[in-house]
Design a protein around this ligand. Structure first.
Ligand code: PMV
Length: 337
């Protein structure tokens, strides 16, 4: 038996833009997903997800057929069909991660149990894929790197993100700490050795990343000039944020977060709850605010001034019906525990 553990993640800057080869900055958070593996000789893989409250098994042949089927759809860019398959079976991305590992190293029967504390929309799916990838690789080969774990985990996001993930999520949860990421350049760890006083506020609205990514993709197809200009502005904000993070200037960081929020909001992916959270934050002396991840729901990041500001904001959010929490950020990436 073996258990792997992967952190959740937050995207500090760059969501959506990072899909189009712009800069992204992300970090891990101390809400983790644990995956327990027991080898079996039953000729199938059984996945039991406590969070999704489902249990499914796929036989060796079914796994290899799935591998082929999804790869054909990816080649054909048949994203609607990929979304449909995912809609009918939420464990399909996890099986696809496993099938791509088996394709390279051979099949192994496994009983897998997923138990995650990662909130939805904070890397909850990527943390599962990374933890599964590490566990399966560890059973099948001793010769693999963090990049291999991340690359196999990426396959899960291909389905969960509706065909075109940027790759920032799988890298953030696999490598842990703080990372900068660009599709064409890959992941680079960042040394951020000070505490960023973030408060995370949940809109309590669930969202499917695949829907939001497709929504932006369609807008870009219909109106490339406008969407590309927004993406370029977002890229400039993220580049400035990188300098500001390295020089530890929290005031400027807050301003850039709010700028990112206002710029990306132009693509019509915010919702009243996220806007309300932003309004409350700014009215109550936060240094900056932005949603994180896919938007359309999920969580907002709030950069606070100090402990007093955090306490006050927590109260105000609670009075307005929003749950908020602090998380330790920049923690260890995926590991065997
Ligand atoms: O919804 P999340 O937390 O998995 O974040 C998605 C981030 C996007 O930029 C919207 C998509 C991507 O693949 O980077």
């Amino acid at each position: 038996m073996m258990t792997t553990s992967s952190p959740g993640k937050i995207i500090l800057f760059g969501e959506h833009a990072v899909v189009y080869d712009k800069l992204g900055i992300a970090c891990s958070i101390d809400k983790r997903c644990n995956v327990k593996f027991s080898p079996s000789d039953k000729g199938f893989v059984l996945i039991n997800s406590k969070n999704l409250n489902i249990s499914r098994s796929l036989k060796e042949k079914e796994l290899f057929d799935l591998y082929k089927e999804i790869n054909v759809l990816i080649k054909e860019k048949n994203f609607d069909k990929i979304k449909e398959i995912y809609k009918n079976n939420e464990l399909i991305p996890s099986f696809f991660v496993l099938s791509s590992i088996f394709q390279k190293y051979g099949f192994k029967g496994l009983d897998i149990e997923i138990n995650s504390q990662v909130p939805k929309n904070l890397g909850s799916s990527s943390s599962v894929f990374s933890a599964i990838s590490l566990g399966a690789l560890n059973y099948l080969t001793k010769d693999f790197s963090k990049k291999d774990i991340s690359d196999f985990a990426y396959n899960g996001d291909v389905i969960a993100h509706g065909g075109t993930p940027s790759g920032i999520d799988n890298n953030a949860v696999t490598f842990g700490g703080y990372v900068k990421y660009k599709k064409s350049e890959g992941v680079k760890p960042l040394t951020i050795d000070f505490e960023i006083p973030l408060l995370i506020v949940d809109s309590d609205k669930k969202v499917k990343t695949s829907e939001m990514v497709s929504f932006v993709r369609k807008q870009r197809e219909e109106n490339p000039q406008f969407v590309n200009s927004v993406l370029n502005s977002l890229d400039n904000i993220s580049k400035k944020a990188l300098d500001v993070l390295i020089s530890r200037n929290l005031d400027d960081l807050g301003v850039l977060m709010t700028q990112y929020y206002k710029e990306l909001k132009k693509l019509d992916i915010s919702i009243p709850e996220l806007d309300k959270i932003a309004e409350i934050a700014l009215e109550n002396n936060a240094l900056g605010v932005k949603p994180t991840g896919a938007w359309g729901g999920g969580c907002c990041l709030i950069l606070t001034k100090d402990k007093e500001n955090i306490l006050n904001l927590k109260n105000v959010f609670s009075n307005n019906g929003f749950k908020s929490f602090q998380a330790k950020i920049g923690v260890k990436g995926v590991e065997i525990i």
